[in-house]
Design a protein around this ligand. Structure first.
Ligand code: ATP
Ligand code: MG
Length: 391
């Protein structure tokens, strides 16, 4: 069985194209670890040969492989026009059975020594198909692709890829991953820019339940399907949160919580060699996400703070979460720690000066370091089960 995937944005790269291609090949091999298959990357295409038993796993991997615009199961045939015609016709029959009434053929000949040019291949191959479907070059129900390369590939382009740049081409970011809808999507967006991610979740037991923690592990696992390997750091945050409740003005409690999260994130990012911190904030979504309050949080970050969802609305975020299959998990009803400690009237436009002053009065630095030290770590890979470690 052969699968063919089309490479995305990385083909626009110039002299370092090879580097991006090597990374994509390496990522594919890692995601398919343990399976017998042959992976070839040549001239803008990725080919995977595998046994029938491996097919479903290969398809799962192709659905999670960042760097390809689409993929298809391809028939491989001899480089003769007779074989091409036969393969095209067989595929056309299946498409007609699925209800397609019109078709178009798109041919590419990268082997210029082949006897016919692309246009001639299209005309030849279309001939017999016209007995079962009508040609429509503008708006066909199905397009059958023929590629004449070192071998000949015939396929219909049916599956969309994740696009983006291969994971690992843009250093690492530390993702603040909560159980909500937004932060997993933020992580996915950065993965698609080639960034590896390590995750960090703040857990306030018993105010947040074991189920809430498990939910975040599930979300991190779903991101690991794209990100190859990721670590989830679970930070016990109850003591810090209680201190905020005790000492900070009520209106400031959510914002101070964000500030304290940033303080831990600074330590973690430094330790795991992340080059930035990523959150799922979106401008104006909740009180803590006004530009003034985001500036307060940012002031305490010692790394660039990236917010890939900043300009997205909820509907767009939900669409992404459905695509990456985190939606169902995110909407499970376990409260997160921020909801439980939400002030009735949160500050909407906090100032950095005031935040500095309130933070100082909290005297929470030792507790913050303590929470970092007491973290649990879960290793997640694209193919295995989560592995728990204690520091
Ligand atoms: P999400 O849907 O990602 O939870 P949200 O809309 O609920 O986001 P907030 O609760 O204000 O927004 O959180 C903003 C961002 O702060 C989150 O997207 C996430 O990156 C980070 N964050 C919030 N709570 C936690 C937590 N318990 N652990 C880790 N990160 C968190
Ligand atoms: Mg949240």
């Amino acid at each position: 069985m052969t699968y063919l995937a089309k490479l995305g944005e990385l083909t626009l790269k110039g002299s370092n194209l090879q580097e991006f291609e090597n990374l994509l090949r390496k990522n594919t091999a890692k995601m398919l670890e343990g399976l017998k298959c042959n992976i070839v990357l040549r001239a803008g295409r990725l080919y995977i040969d595998c046994s029938d038993e491996a097919a479903s796993k290969v398809e799962f991997v192709l659905n999670h492989l960042i760097g390809i615009t689409g993929w298809a199961k391809a028939s491989v045939c001899e480089k003769t026009i007779e074989s091409i015609n036969e393969s095209v016709f067989n595929l056309a029959k299946k498409e007609a059975e699925k209800g397609c009434k019109t078709f178009k053929i798109s041919a590419r000949r990268s082997d210029k020594s082949f006897e016919l040019n692309s246009y001639e291949i299209c005309c030849e191959a279309a001939g017999k198909v016209e007995s079962i479907m009508k040609v429509d070059v503008h708006n066909p129900d199905t397009t059958i692709y023929v590629e004449v390369r070192e071998k000949c590939f015939v396929y219909v382009d049916s599956n969309t890829g994740c696009r983006g740049l291969p994971v690992g081409s843009s250093s690492k970011g530390l993702l603040l991953l909560s159980g909500g809808l937004d932060s997993p999507v933020a992580g996915y967006r950065m993965l698609r820019r080639g960034m590896k991610i390590e995750c960090c979740y703040f857990h306030s037991y018993p105010y947040t339940s074991e189920e809430a923690k498990q939910k975040v592990v599930t979300l991190a696992q779903k991101l690991a399907y794209y990100g190859i390997t990721t670590y989830l750091n679970i930070i016990p945050f109850t003591d810090v949160q209680m201190k905020i409740k005790e000492k900070a003005p009520e209106a400031w409690s959510t914002l101070m919580l964000r500030v304290c999260m940033m303080k831990v994130a600074n330590i973690l990012a430094g330790r795991c060699k992340a080059k930035c911190i990523v959150t799922g904030e979106s401008l104006g979504q909740v009180a803590s996400q006004t530009i003034e309050n985001m500036s307060v949080t940012e002031h305490f970050a010692e790394f660039p703070l990236l917010r890939p969802l900043c300009g997205m609305d909820k509907e767009e975020i939900i669409k992404d979460s459905l695509f990456i299959d985190t939606y169902e998990t995110s909407i499970l009803p376990y409260e997160d720690c921020c909801v439980l400690f939400s002030p009735r009237h949160p500050v909407l436009r906090g100032s950095v000066e005031e935040a500095e002053k309130i933070y100082k009065e909290l005297e929470v630095d030792a507790l913050i370091y303590e929470s970092y030290k007491k973290r649990e770590i879960v290793k997640l890979t694209s193919s295995g089960e989560p592995v728990w470690k204690t520091v």
